[in-house]
Design a protein around this ligand. Structure first.
Ligand code: GDP
Ligand code: MG
Length: 594
């Protein structure tokens, strides 16, 4: 069989999922009717945001112009900057990628970032200009951008298509046949398969998605995961269409799935090499570095803890880039402290908890990781991800914060706006390069400055014309302080956050004023204070509740009124120690500080 394994890489909204649907339609995998709702974006969050979150695989059979049938294994990859990690995993299971560029937008930051990931993996890249049907398409200009941005592609023709109407898509299929290499896989060698993704199923255990580099895979043989050194007998093997379709055998070069039956997801690590126990391959594949959490936040139940525990455990099994540890807050009770790939990932998890498990949560203000050296001379460095564990100022020698290297791609006329945004966020200019009317700016910038709202600020400042790609640079010394928040003289642990000393006075003022409106009032006035290094640096008093509970008569006693008020509020989360309610808005107040 002729095999072609490929992915489509693109900046978000450049038409990847639409092209994938068109390809499936033209290879007779799905009918037009099924294609109406994008087939590959099946999670509710993916439908809601119109983005791919998780990589998916589909096998199609393409009857090519040369009269032969080709097995196309297509791996769909996420487009959001938070999920570059997923993209890299998927690309290493392919021989080539279609680099899709929207003719109405041109080359964007994720186009460049994904192209680099593809180069790193050493696969063939096929450039394609999409949306040529659109009235605002600038096809020649986009083609020129591709030529200047990616000089290595000079020998590659650039196709012009409309994924929407299907125009030109036939040529894409032919180019996949003729320009992408068939996998150089040898069926006679011992099995060597890459686990490029995994999924957890409550009944079946861990399902591994594999790309066979050498050797065949048969359901009868005992298999071994080389890194975790664990052997098992597969319950089932097969291909993805995109639904699972069971097969007796997979051949070298194929992409498919293995139902391992293993219940512990730690054993089936993405990047591991699967081989045959009785006839193992000599060398494992290189594998991947594990996903790094960039942003941390507490996740606490609005209702009961066991339901959240169950839901978040299941989610973490399916999403190896979500890191979860149990945590207890005085204010919010038992919950979890979680590590995310970025703020978008956090939002996706929150929505999946709601959509897939019916669980509503309180998410505390997100935080990055700090490296803290205590001044006790021990030399030991503490890694602090939870601000509640940030040591007292008088015990600290030095704090280091994570710095990112970012590339901002912007139209030249917006250059000044973008540069001043980067400056406002403590960006340090590194480099600037021009490509036609596009400028690529490189900065190093604290992760804490770009982790939360930077991406959205950039989007709205530039009406969506500028784009961002990020990578970790290093840890650098930082002058940061811990801000504790007291409500009615009691510290509310879940509100503690870390910020730069230069910003703290301003942020503390803004915060207490915001809290004045979002902390639910009581019958008595309550002071709200921000405490830094033992001193209250900002304070407001939350006025007492108007006696609305008593409006229909003065006959209630004070305790009756309180009872009534308590009942009115009984469906809201209350701070365990002080009877202060902490709705999500209280935590959002920290998140939205400038
Ligand atoms: P993805 O984020 O790369 O997966 O992009 P999608 O496939 O979800 O497409 C983003 C938007 O562009 C959707 O509204 C599509 O309908 C639209 N789109 C995709 N391809 C074309 C095309 O060829 N022409 C036009 N006019 N719109 C397109
Ligand atoms: Mg998509």
């Amino acid at each position: 069989m002729n095999i072609r394994n490929f992915a489509i890489i693109a900046h978000i909204d450049h038409g990847k999922s639409t092209l994938a649907d068109r390809i499936m339609e033209m290879t007779a995998t799905i009918t037009k009717r099924q294609a109406s709702a994008q087939l590959l974006n099946s999670m509710a969050v993916e439908q809601a945001h119109g983005v791919t979150v998780k990589s998916r695989t589909v096998r199609n059979i393409y009857h090519a112009d040369d009269g032969q049938d080709y097995e196309f294994n297509f791996i769909d990859t996420p487009g959001h900057v938070d999920f570059n990690y997923e993209v890299e995993k998927s690309l290493s299971a392919t021989e080539g990628a279609i680099l899709l560029v929207d003719a109405t937008q041109g080359v964007q930051a994720q186009t460049v970032a994904n192209y680099r990931l593809a180069r790193k993996t050493g696969i063939v890249v096929l450039p394609v200009v999409n949306k040529v049907d659109s009235a605002s398409a600038e096809v020649d200009k986009t083609e020129h951008q591709i030529r200047t941005a990616f000089p290595e592609l000079k020998d590659s023709p650039i196709l012009r298509i409309s994924a929407k109407t299907g125009a030109g898509v036939h040529d894409v299929l032919e180019v996949i046949v003729h320009r992408l290499p068939a996998p150089t896989a040898d069926n006679s060698l011992p099995l060597k398969a890459l686990v490029f993704d995994s999924e957890y199923d409550a009944f079946q255990g861990v399902i591994a998605y594999v790309r066979l580099f050498d050797g065949g895979l048969s359901a009868q043989n005992s298999l071994t995961l080389m890194a975790s050194n664990r052997s098992f007998k597969a319950k089932e093997i097969g291909i993805l269409t995109p639904n699972r379709l069971s097969q007796k055998k997979l051949a070298a070069g194929d992409v498919g799935y293995v139902i391992t039956g293993l219940k512990d997801p730690q054993l089936v690590r993405v990047g591991d090499t699967l081989t045959e126990t009785g006839r193992p391959t000599e060398t494992a594949l290189p594998g991947y570095a594990p996903a790094q959490s960039m942003v941390f936040a507490g996740v606490y139940p609005q209702d009961d803890y066991p339901t959240l525990k169950d839901a978040i455990t299941k989610l973490a099994l399916n999403d190896p880039s979500l890191h979860v540890t149990a945590a207890v807050s005085d204010a919010l009770g038992p919950g979890f402290y979680c590590g995310f790939l970025g703020i978008f990932h956090l939002q996706i998890i929150k929505e999946r908890l709601h959509d897939e498990y019916g669980v509503d949560v309180i998410v505390t203000a997100p935080n990055v990781t700090y490296q803290v050296t205590p001044n006790n001379g021990s030399g030991a460095v503490l890694t602090v991800t939870n601000p509640q564990h940030f040591p007292d100022f008088n015990t600290i020698e030095q704090v280091e914060e994570p710095m990112m290297r970012i590339e901002l791609t912007t139209p030249a006329e917006l250059l000044n706006d973008v540069m001043s945004l980067a400056n406002q966020h403590k960006g340090v200019f590194v480099d600037m390069t021009n490509q036609d009317e596009l400028v690529v700016l490189t900065y190093t910038i604290p992760l804490s400055e770009i982790a939360y709202s930077f991406f959205n600020e950039l989007k709205s400042l530039t009406h969506g014309y500028a784009s961002l790609s990020t990578s970790f640079a290093n840890y650098a010394p930082a002058d940061v302080v811990r801000v504790d928040v007291q409500i009615n003289y009691a510290k509310v642990d879940a509100l503690t956050f870390i910020t730069h000393r230069n910003d703290v006075a301003d942020q503390a003022q803004k915060l207490v004023h915001k809290l004045k409106y979002v902390v639910p009032r009581r019958l008595y006035p309550m002071p709200v204070q921000a405490i830094v290094e033992g001193k209250a640096i900002a304070r407001v008093d939350i006025p007492p509740l108007r006696k609305n509970a008593a409006v229909n008569g003065n006959s209630y006693s004070v305790s009756k009124k309180q009872q009534l008020l308590r009942r009115q509020n009984s469906n809201k989360r209350e701070a365990a120690h002080s009877d202060i309610e902490l709705p999500q808005a209280v935590f959002n107040a920290i998140l939205t500080l400038e």
